[in-house]
Design a binder for this molecule. Structure first.
Ligand code: SF4
Length: 466
């Protein structure tokens, strides 16, 4: 069940707007808000809604916490380190409350959905005003309104997981956009905290997604990424009424000059229909991020991934047969509990066979609250590091080879910024998501351009034709 804007939401927005108007008058400047985002793309997308709501409430946006009137920290819980970082940053805001007792400090995101962390914030961070979970995002104005009207500190547990539609969004970019298609995850991979902090899968209605994409294409957005923890199971809770290939096909029919991407996919759910929709629709980027995690069937079983190496490689083969130029990228965890040298070598083997364009390798670290964290056969750090280095070495060779295959070809690229290398170069991304450094004065940020690839290394492509 999805819900629209509620009456309490509107009352709160209007109430805070009035409150902020009075303060603007008094102080000669509008109150400002600072939103800090930690973690993944889903958090970035959520923060764009928080920022949109802050603007609706009459705040201006600040890029620093100093001197602001509202701070919202959107936290991540994927690793212990991410939580420690969030807590340390929140710790730095204590002095801001001392300077300005009216400041409102709110903390949300995956970390706050863990009761032990919410308790810690309650007991050890008395200057934090509001703590709320990922499914209560749309209630932020209500919480702020209550707090400015003198309520006690607010600790809201998620109790309504229906999808909220109609929230304002202030997108970070003027040409790249995230569009969430579903929330939560049902998979319970044994190392992952996400299902515990983001709840079960629930999908947005296709008409809401199609409307949002149509609107942003109309505004000139060129690169649209559909987001979900497992986009392939989009619509599964509707008993097959709608599904991800159908959604992608409908979105690809929207008029305009844009590219559609999606992430993340679970290998157990990639269907032949999805592959043919990708192959048949020019607007769908020829890039597939397909997290492998391990090449050992034993480790995959213990990770509760529900596919084996054979099935995984079969999907890679189908993708390449349907789209010979497709870029395939992956996530790999090194040093899962009990991973033997033989298991790890199976991972190297599958990496060679799959010929990934790029991988995101992770060294396993136990995530409290997950089954894998309770295992007693942890791999020593030195062994994990040594395996990690071997994996990187292998992938670097493969990435270089994959990139060199583009030499001399003319490709369509979305120019997305200035190169950090300085000297006036632009950067862009190919359809397959590869980074290109472009040495040309003729290109424009936010526009597609056709360029010839004249150089390639492990990490990027280069275009030097002026
Ligand atoms: S599919 Fe697995 S790794 Fe991905 S979010 Fe769900 S539980 Fe975590």
């Amino acid at each position: 069940m999805n819900r629209g804007i509620s009456a309490p939401y509107l009352t709160a927005i209007n109430g805070i707007k009035e409150y902020n108007a009075v303060r603007s008058e008094r102080d000669g400047k509008k109150p400002s808000a600072f939103v800090l985002t930690l973690g993944c793309q889903q958090n970035e997308a959520d923060s764009e809604k928080i920022t949109g709501m802050a603007l609706s409430m009459g705040y201006t946006l600040s890029d620093s916490p100093e001197g602001t009137d509202l701070i919202v920290v959107n936290t991540c819980a994927i690793r212990e380190h991410a939580e420690q970082r969030a807590l340390s940053l929140i710790g730095q805001y204590k002095h801001l409350k001392a300077v300005n007792p009216d400041i409102i400090i709110a903390v949300c995101g995956c970390m706050t959905a863990r009761s032990e962390r919410a308790d810690l914030l309650k007991n050890s961070y008395p200057y934090v005003d509001i703590v709320f979970g990922t499914a209560s995002l749309q209630r932020l104005p209500e919480f702020i309104y209550d707090r400015i009207n003198g309520s006690k500190r607010i600790f809201a547990e998620d109790d309504d997981y229906s999808v909220a539609e109609g929230l304002p969004i202030k997108r970070e970019s003027s040409f790249k956009a995230w569009v969430s298609v579903m929330y939560g995850c049902n998979n319970f991979c044994s190392y992952c905290i996400v299902p515990y902090v983001r709840g079960r899968e629930r999908s947005r209605a296709p008409e809401d997604i199609i409307g949002e994409v149509r609107d942003i294409v109309g505004e000139g957005y060129k690169d649209i990424t559909l987001l979900g923890q497992n986009v392939n199971s989009y619509g599964s809770e509707t008993g097959g009424k709608f599904d991800f290939p159908g959604l992608l096909e409908s979105l690809a029919k929207i008029d305009g000059d844009f590219t559609l991407r999606f992430m993340t996919s679970h290998p157990k759910d990639v269907s032949d229909r999805l592959i043919s929709v990708m192959a048949e629709n020019e607007r769908v980027a020829k890039h597939f991020h397909l997290p492998l995690q391990s090449g050992s069937d034993k480790v995959l079983r213990e990770m509760n991934r529900k596919y084996d190496s054979q099935k995984y490689l079969g999907t890679v083969e189908k993708l390449r047969a349907a789209m010979p130029d497709i870029a395939i990228t992956s996530d790999i965890i090194v040093g899962f509990p009990g991973e033997s040298e033989e298991d790890f070598e199976m991972t190297l083997e599958i990496v060679k066979k799959a010929e990934f364009d790029m991988i995101y390798p992770f060294i396993y670290s136990p995530r409290e609250g997950t089954p894998a964290a309770r295992r007693e056969d942890m791999i020593p750090d030195a062994v994990k590091s040594e395996r990690f280095d071997r994996l990187i070495l292998l992938q670097n060779e493969l990435s270089k080879k994959k990139n060199e295959a583009w030499l001399g070809r003319t490709v369509k690229v979305l120019v997305d910024g200035m190169s950090k290398k300085g000297n006036g170069l632009y950067t862009g991304r190919t359809d397959g998501g590869k980074l290109v450094h472009i040495n040309s004065e003729k290109v424009k940020i936010g526009e597609f351009t056709e360029i010839k690839i004249t150089g390639a290394d492990t990490y990027a492509l280069y275009s030097d034709e002026k």
